[in-house]
Design a protein around this ligand. Structure first.
Ligand code: F6R
Ligand code: ZN
Length: 190
């Protein structure tokens, strides 16, 4: 049996897809151990488990040959000097790529490979980012007021490996420094 083609709309300016099968909400508590300033993290969490990012997914079978699509929205904010960000992950099937299209906001995609290569690409409205196979990825919102909104598409069989990144985080951090945005080495990597 074949599927029937379908279309949906990413309306401007509110960006929520006209077709949504799943809405994921990630709060501060789901980023435990990821922010550099753990004291500020714990202090913030003791007051409020703030909303950090959301994902609106269009479901398809999670098999090779399919694409999974959706919208990722990272809200503005910081923990200490570090901007709000997604957990970030490798794909379980590591040789699967992903495409992102930035619809709104300002930010970065921080990426790295298991071999230790790193790449930090800026995201702004209209940018298309290709994340090649083997690159872990995390999106970071650096705007003070505006959400970072990206459309993504990736292979149905990719899966998500969060555990590797949960150990030490990414090798590069994006901070709100004295002279503006700073991309620095994560001190947890020796
Ligand atoms: C899927 C993908 C995105 C992210 C989303 C949330 O492979 O990369 O859809 O899932 O930006 O980030 P994570 O999954 O890292 O919490
Ligand atoms: Zn991914």
């Amino acid at each position: 049996m074949t599927d029937f083609p379908f279309s949906f709309v990413l309306p401007q300016p509110n960006v929520i897809p006209s077709r949504v099968d799943n809405h994921i909400v990630r709060n501060l508590s789901s980023l435990k151990g990821q922010f550099l300033d753990q004291d500020t993290y714990n202090e913030m969490l003791s007051k409020d488990d703030s909303l950090i990012y959301e994902v609106y997914e269009v479901k398809r079978p999670e098999i090779e040959g399919e694409f999974l699509m959706g919208i990722s929205i990272v809200h503005p904010g910081k923990v200490g000097k570090e901007f709000y960000m997604t957990k970030g992950h490798y794909h379980t099937v590591i040789d699967t790529a992903e495409i992102y299209y930035c619809m709104r906001g300002e930010g970065f995609m921080v990426m790295e490979t298991p071999e230790g290569e790193t790449c930090v690409e800026p995201l702004s409205p209209g940018s298309v980012l290709y994340v090649p196979p083997r690159w872990a990825h995390r999106s970071i919102c650096t705007s003070r007021q505006e959400d970072l909104v990206t459309f993504f598409a990736y292979p149905g069989n990719a899966g998500h490996d969060y555990g590797t990144i949960e150990k030490l985080g990414f090798r590069k951090l994006v901070l709100d420094g004295e002279k503006g945005i700073e991309i620095v080495d994560n001190p947890r990597f020796g």
